[in-house]
Design a protein around this ligand. Structure first.
Ligand code: GLY
Length: 330
């Protein structure tokens, strides 16, 4: 199916279809210079498929992991485009997970003040969240995503066949974002995640993308509503940086302490079904410190997202001490 993200002149199609990478040459405009950014963990054949369909392809393979999302690699990507004579009419294609999409998108946003960008996410996590919405960034000075830009892709190709080769924990990590979408805005989707076998991953992924589409269309630059997509992330990012666990696993834990007791009981069931953690053994003070580094405060308070009942949520302003108490509940 094709889902259109309606953002005026920045509108684009998200194509969700098994095997759609193979159709990339007819779905994307690759009749120009194309910088394909991927990482060592992504099956080489995906980048090769894009390369074969391009007029002039250049492939940049980054080391796997969040550590590559830095200024040094960004500079390498920009220099490569400069050396190869890329102009404003050329483009960047990200083929991989969230790290690749974030840095490749930021390279596209900054090269010659912005060139076309296509995203081909190949992990469930990036298919469910970061590949749409236009957030691009690198990490800097120990802070995640601190240098970045809103730069919408020209199209997103979600080939759900690619998740077949992912390790189980990577699927679980992506399921966390799908469960999140259900918790904040789609009770029926949340119900699917509570009832194994009631829906396929493709169906749940598409529904969670519909949640993200609605949110991004009404608040592209996170002035308000888009903050709800950060449910579980305020504390989750702290857990992620202290424990090094996968993003979705940390977000899963972050969600467990930001909802009512009733919602929490149901959330724990959904997390267990998805193979996600429901408790963690780590230094809670370190998580608190990491969360404070990550989150910008406004008038001494931090915006967080609270769920009373799956399918609805509210943005609440909490004092750091209130979040500390929540972290202690982990
Ligand atoms: N990942 C949250 C957002 O795209 O706003």
């Amino acid at each position: 199916m094709t889902m259109r993200i309606e953002l005026g002149e920045r509108s684009y199609d998200v194509i969700i279809e098994r095997g759609c990478i193979e159709k990339a040459p007819s779905l994307l405009n690759l009749e120009r210079k194309v910088l394909i950014v991927t990482d060592e963990g992504v099956p080489k054949e995906y980048a090769d498929l894009i390369s074969k369909g391009s007029k002039e392809a250049h492939i940049a393979v980054l080391p796997q992991g969040e550590g590559s999302k830095n200024m040094a690699h960004l500079e390498n990507l920009l220099c490569k485009m400069l050396q190869e004579g890329f102009t404003r009419s050329d483009c960047v294609v990200a083929v991989g997970g969230g790290m690749v999409g974030d840095i490749a998108g930021f390279a596209a946003a900054t090269y010659m003040r912005g060139i076309d960008f296509y995203n081909v996410p190949t992990t469930l996590l990036s298919q469910a969240d970061s590949s749409i919405g236009g957030k691009t960034a690198v990490n800097l000075g120990g802070t995640k995503n601190i240098a970045g830009a809103f730069w919408q892709p020209k199209a997103v190709l979600i080939d759900t066949e690619t998740i077949k080769t992912l390790p189980k924990e990577q699927i679980a990590s992506g399921m966390a974002e799908i469960i999140k979408a259900g918790m904040i805005a789609d009770a029926e989707l949340f119900g699917m995640t509570e009832n194994p076998g009631s829906a396929s991953i493709d169906e749940m992924l598409t529904r969670s993308l519909l949640v993200k589409k609605r949110v991004v269309e009404s608040d592209e630059r996170e002035g308000g509503l888009r903050k709800i997509l950060n449910f579980g992330h305020t504390i989750g990012h702290g857990i992620e940086s202290v424990t090094g666990m996968l993003h979705g696993h940390a977000v899963a834990l972050g969600m467990t302490v930001m909802c009512s007791d009733e919602a929490r009981a149901r959330l724990l069931t959904a997390l267990e079904i998805a193979g996600l953690p429901t408790e963690v053994d780590c230094d809670k003070n370190e998580v608190y410190e990491a969360m404070l580094r990550d989150k910008k405060m406004k008038d001494g308070k931090i915006d967080a997202v609270w769920v009373d009942e799956p399918g609805t949520c509210e943005i609440v302003e909490l004092l750091p001490e209130e979040l500390k108490k929540r972290i202690e509940m982990l």
